[in-house]
Ligand binder design. Sequence first.
Ligand SMILES: *Cc1c(COP(=O)(O)O)cnc(C)c1O
Length: 389
Amino acid sequence: MLNIAGLRADTPGCENQVFLDSAGSSLPPRIVVDTAIAHLRREAEIGGYRAANERLADLDAVKTAIGELVNTEASNIALSDSASRSWSDFFYSVPLGPGDRILISGADYASNAIAALQRARQTGATVEAIPSDGSGQLDLDALKAMVDERVKIVSLLHVPTNGGLVNPVAEAARIARRAGALTLLDACQSAGQLPIDVIELGVDALSATGRKWLRGPRGTGFLYLRPELAATLEPGRLDLHSAEWTAPSEYTLAPDASRFEFWECDIAGRLGLGAAVRYLLDLGPAQVYAAIAERAEYLRKALQEIPRVTVRDRGTQHAGIVSFTVDGRSGIEVRDRLAAQAITVTVSHRSSTLLDMSARDLDSVVRASPHCFVDFDDLDRFISAVRDS
Ligand SMILES: *Cc1c(COP(=O)(O)O)cnc(C)c1O
């Protein structure tokens, strides 16, 4: 069992508010903040290079911890400054030409869709969205019917930014791979709240951010690459860390996923991310995931009982995001009224998941995303505030 009082004591930010935005930017545990700040102080004392040299083992441990979380070797992980950076680093490296097809998910994130549209314009490829099924999840039969040898890459989405469903990504990845397409999984909303096993999922690449469910610092993210790709795919941009200048007109790429990293980075942020992932591993990810699911389900049930409130989550398997609308109030109004009572939620707008929100004729949804440090008193306070709003 998780010690919720201990978790709350580790999370100073939850003392004076009900915090329900771990899908946006979560509250980090104390160890994450302390680790990052201590490193910034050390850089100020002795300079950034010596400070980094003192922490080489800890920096290596960041990728080891992420690898442990997603079941892979550290050499298959590339660190970055965001999920979108990692996603696009991979996506822009996949060769495309006229007539090639890019498939995106029906609830795909705007950044992914925009990148796909840009590459289609640049290369003569096309972008098509995989429809959702009646439940709102990725439609596997539709995907089966869509794939052919011209599909070069399929953008899969584990959990959308605007709701609590979980897509059947392992099955989707199998379908795409059988057709010879690469699969890139956006795990931004699942890393830190759902089990991720890259072998079981069978994806070629996966991207995630540090600040959401993993509770790391802002400006951190990572990319997983299947080992064969980590050793063969050439990134669209290189520097002296991702490659080595070996002769006047020669260079060699780094032999592993670090070819997708640049040399310069926010060392303090990375150490903080490592501390966040280690904190999660030490708590026991399965217990954390169960606590998140329990809280989200509690919210869904309670919100459904409130007149004027519509829970907007779809899908048959649910995760930690609870999305809803209130009749007669915009999402922003609901958010601001709650904020005035020290309750933090966010609004997900149509343009973030344009296809999905347009299909459902929604301009925005309010998003409540409880992490394990949120207790049931917090949840009840939120529910009665929504009832009174
Ligand atoms: C937040 C989010 C992203 C982008 O993450 P960044 O770290 O801001 O780049 C991508 N996909 C989904 C589903 C998200 O919710």
